[in-house]
Design a protein around this ligand. Sequence first.
Ligand code: FAD
Length: 290
Amino acid sequence: MRIDEILRNKRTLSFEVFPPRKQEGAKEALYATVQKLAELSPDFISVTYGAGGGDGRDNADIAAHIQACGVTALAHITGGPSSPDDVRRVAETFLARGVENVLALRGDRPPEAEEYCKYYQHATDLMQALRPYGFTMGAACYPEGHAECDSLYEDLEAMKKKEACGARFFITQLFYDNSYYYRLVNEARKAGIEAPILPGIMPLVNVKNLKHIKAMCGSAIPLDFRNSVERFAAHPAVLEELGLNYASYQILDLIAKGAPGVHLYVMNSARIAALIVERLRAVRHEFFGA
Ligand code: FAD
């Protein structure tokens, strides 16, 4: 189903998974995770794409498996490392496997990739190339501003261009201070951007998550929460409880203030997804219509 249509009808709950490294049994393990995530009745599950490119076949397999489990798939695709032939091949592979929805991204240049962005400098270039295939396209946005931007307002210009190139919805970078999200939505609406902006939330439930945040996006962590995370870093069970409670608080606050849905970065953990969904049980029916 088209994600823009789902968003027109209800508030969404969705998850992100990433393809496993090439180890024996890893794909089967991910498929089992997807099956468990599907049992939580999300509106869609997204699958990330390597910043270094690839032929998209693993992503298409995972997206097809998501849909075989009865859930709409959102396949990410990065333009940075690709040639027009690569993009054509990936788009045709996705279409052949029944993928209707893509999240079009530039990708982060890996240090060794000199020719990164030779053909597709920005997500918008990739979106132009994908347009003829008829996908429902989404794009990324950044409540705290993208690392290459001097201000949020430069990023809003990029969002406007992404919407003009066909973005029907946005998903945000993860954040721990909801006020960044509210500022982004307010400023985006003032700038005339109309597409729904789905907040991305990553429950910070272990020390690995903290390292991932530092390495990948540097999102600000409010001091009180950060102090507690550091205080309980050596107590995994306490840290997990703290992270689940904090994420649930963020989600309830987002719902209360009218967010169109919530996209959960669950780092391939169906257990963490289930624990969050359990905490949302009281609001699921009334506020998510499911
Ligand atoms: P762009 O939109 O090209 O933006 C990059 C910079 O250029 C920004 O500073 C922007 O303001 C500026 N800009 C954008 N368009 C224009 C334009 N037309 N003209 C001038 N300037 C412009 N990475 C992966 O490798 N794989 C994934 O699966 C993946 N999934 C992601 C999912 C989400 C929800 C998010 C938020 C990020 C994801 N990323 C992923 C990371 C992403 O690739 C990086 O953040 C990357 O640095 C920027 O990608 P983008 O699509 O926003 O790029």
